[in-house]
Design a protein around this ligand. Structure first.
Ligand code: IPM
Ligand code: MN
Length: 353
């Protein structure tokens, strides 16, 4: 029986609750499909700052590089909002992505009919099935120089990409499109930014190796609009780090809630899996958080780090079945209708495995 060697990083806010839910589902899937999980839990983010004075302590760094995959809850805590970068929870997450070399971030969205209310009309979102492929270890998030001028009258960040970074993401995107509907949309701001002009050149050159995939280019401002107007246009949407961060929150609206969206961060030896949502401090500790993003992240972990397609698909089907049966956490419930707890949602999914 395969044993999956995992590191859990529950993190902040609702992170511990949704990580517990995902582990419960992994445990149930393991019993049914014949695998076990060996887990160790480590600190990250605000929890790590409080306990070890670092958002990514050495013990965590050592642990995540010694396992096969990492499942993360969320990072972010308001008490650190005004602290310098070294004392911000988010710095721990960015450091983790960099440490693991996870440059390819997959954020899939498949609209489940009727799952969650969305301000976008059902006939527009119906059938939406797309993946945001976000570059995760470069761009504006990591570019140097960065900082404040000495008198704090100026601040600066650097947007920088190398051909190597763009090309590996492009090849990943074309490969992904090939397994799907053979349509790749590269999103940039090439009417203004040199970086985006290089980005376009590289995508066009790589496209010659994938003649069976249709490539189109879209400006990011237009893309923000097209995602709402005609989301079914998109298959694979490849973009830079900051643009992908922004556009993937928008896909949360199409899904019905950001709480439904999972992600996988790939490219290095160890895969990192985390829900797209944040730490939601206002919901923390109340048992009301939506665990689906974390549970679907666990399904992605089975698929991408362990090639366990059958249990991954079973978890995804169980989530769809629970949502279609009308089981709703607070974020999904229509105003005035009943909502279930994190634990009840998790049990509803396990019952359908
Ligand atoms: C995300 C988050 C992170 C990001 C934050 C918490 C640093 O918003 O994963 O989308 O900006 O990448
Ligand atoms: Mn984000």
């Amino acid at each position: 029986m395969p044993e999956l060697n995992l590191c859990l990083l529950p993190g902040d806010g609702i992170g511990p609750e949704v990580t517990d839910a995902a582990m419960a589902v992994l445990g149930a899937a393991g019993q049914r499909f014949g695998f076990t999980c060996r887990t160790q839990t480590q600190l990250i983010g605000g929890a790590a700052l409080r306990a070890a004075n670092s958002p990514l302590p050495d013990a965590t760094r050592a642990a995540v590089t010694a396992v096969q995959a990492v499942l993360l809850g969320a990072v972010g805590a308001p008490e650190f909002d005004r602290e310098p970068p070294a004392r911000k929870p988010e710095t721990g997450l960015l450091g983790l992505r960099k440490l693991l070399g996870c440059w390819a971030n997959l954020r899939p969205l498949r609209r489940i009919p009727g799952a969650g209310t969305t301000p976008v009309r059902e006939e527009i979102v119906a059938g939406t099935d797309l993946i945001v492929l976000r570059e995760l270890t470069g761009g504006l998030y990591f570019g140097e120089p960065r900082g404040f001028s000495s008198n704090r009258q100026e601040a600066f960040n650097t947007l920088r990409y190398t051909v190597t970074e763009i090309e590996r993401l492009a090849r990943f995107g074309f490969g992904l499109a090939r397994q799907r509907r053979h349509h790749l949309t590269s999103v940039d701001k090439a009417n203004v930014l040199e970086v985006s002009q290089l980005w376009r050149e590289v995508f066009n050159r790589v496209a010659l190796d994938y003649p069976d995939v249709t490539l189109d280019h879209m400006y990011v401002d237009n893309c923000a609009m097209q995602l709402i107007l005609r989301p079914t246009f998109f298959d694979v949407l490849a973009t830079a780090n900051l643009f992908g961060d922004i556009l993937s929150d928008e896909t949360g609206v199409l899904a019905g809630s950001l709480g439904l969206l999972p992600s996988a961060s790939l490219g290095g030896a160890v895969g990192l899996y985390e829900p797209v949502h944040g730490s939601a401090p206002d919901l923390a500790g109340k048992g009301v958080a939506n665990p689906v993003g974390a549970i679907l992240s666990a399904a992605m972990l089975l698929r991408h780090s362990f090639q366990l397609e059958a249990p991954a698909a079973a978890i995804e089907h169980a989530v769809t079945a629970a949502l279609q049966a009308g089981v709703r956490t607070r974020d999904l419930a229509a105003p005035g209708t009943a909502a279930v707890s994190t634990a009840a949602m998790t049990q509803a999914i396990i019952a359908r495995l």
